[in-house]
Design a protein around this ligand. Structure first.
Ligand SMILES: [Zn+2]
Length: 338
């Protein structure tokens, strides 16, 4: 085939692909991949198709075949303005492997496979392909591998537009708690902490990110410290613990919940938000759900897996909502049982 016939074929395949006619598109890519110049791109798209057709293992092979064939294959698929347009795969990074469910220890099964550089949040600290494994017992998804020692270097500032959102949450929490000692794990942009302080809570915030703690202290005069909360030792107990978008980042959610349980006063209340892979938004958005390509998330909870984890430490779920603020996230209020 000459160049223009190949390009015509690829154009036809793209149309099929966009219409979800994957068999038709795949047949064309399988013919074109014989031409070395087009091989990486074809493998990349075949990977996408394999995943969409519930064959994540083949998708994994094909994505890596594409990245190994052509380190900058992603540039064929990303807009020039995309942060990762210039990403080049130069070899595998050593990552910690998770073969077994990080909640219950049973073997996970390959479930979804995505190319992470398609998300602007990806950095070259990660390998470019994410395999999500599923534990059918817990109904929980977890990353097959993740870099061993990696700290997110996010730089967040308070967004006043979300103050009313936290005010609503804190008002609801007030109906379940008796005291006003509030701990926020992962203080981030400080929105929740600032609103809580205004509402009369005595706020203590922690974050693994030094920049955020510095920001909380110097810009807002908040009481905050740098800690990996799982290793945090204290005799103090809090009436309210806020854990917004933290648990999906944690390598050991069981240890995390154990610690939360220890830090919480009797009859204390916790608020947790985390993406729910079975949320209405996620189901509707399907393969375009950005959370599936979120490199920094190790866990992808369902209502089942989150509730089971909470029950394990004696928590009773009192409220459940789909987030108004983060598409596809669930927000849960739970109290420590007797
Ligand atoms: Zn499990």
């Amino acid at each position: 085939m000459d160049k223009s016939s190949i390009e015509n074929c690829l154009f036809e395949a793209t149309t099929y692909f966009n219409e979800g006619k994957y068999d038709e598109a795949a047949n064309i890519y399988l013919q074109i991949e014989k031409y070395s110049q087009y091989r990486a791109g074809c493998h990349y798209l075949l990977a996408h198709i394999s995943n969409a057709m519930n064959d994540p293992l083949t998708a994994y092979e094909l994505y890596y075949s594409a990245f190994k064939e052509k380190g900058n294959v992603i540039s064929e698929f990303l807009d020039k303005k995309h942060k990762n347009h210039g990403y080049i795969f130069t070899g595998m990074i050593e990552e910690k492997e998770f073969k077994n469910c990080i909640l219950c220890g049973k073997a996970g099964e390959p479930y979804w496979c995505y190319s992470l550089p398609e998300s602007a949040l990806f950095t070259s600290d990660f390998n470019p392909v994410r395999m999500w494994l599923k534990c059918n017992d817990c109904n929980h998804l977890f990353a097959k591998s993740f870099p061993e020692n990696l700290t997110d270097s996010y730089d967040l500032q308070a967004r006043e537009d979300i103050f009313p959102y936290y005010e609503e949450i804190l008002n609801m929490l007030k109906t379940y708690c008796k005291g006003n000692e509030l701990l926020e794990i992962g203080i981030g942009g400080c929105e929740c902490a600032l609103v809580a302080r205004n509402m009369g809570f005595n706020v203590f915030g922690m974050d693994i990110n030094e920049k955020q703690v510095e920001y909380a202290r110097t810009q807002h005069g908040l009481n905050a410290e740098v800690h990996d909360f799982i290793k945090f030792e204290t005799d103090k107990k809090w009436d309210v613990i806020i854990m917004g978008d933290v648990i999906e980042h944690v390598k050991d959610p069981v240890a995390a919940m154990q610690k939360v349980s220890e830090l919480l006063a009797d009859n204390g209340v916790i608020w947790i938000s985390t993406p729910d892979f079975e949320s209405e938004f996620t189901i509707k958005t399907g393969h375009n759900d950005p959370m599936r390509r979120e490199a920094w998330h190790i866990n992808y909870f369902s209502k089942d897996s989150l509730y089971a984890l909470l029950r394990r430490f004696g928590f009773l779920v009192m409220e459940h909502k789909e987030s108004k603020h983060y598409n596809g996230s669930m927000e849960v209020i739970a109290v420590k049982g007797e």
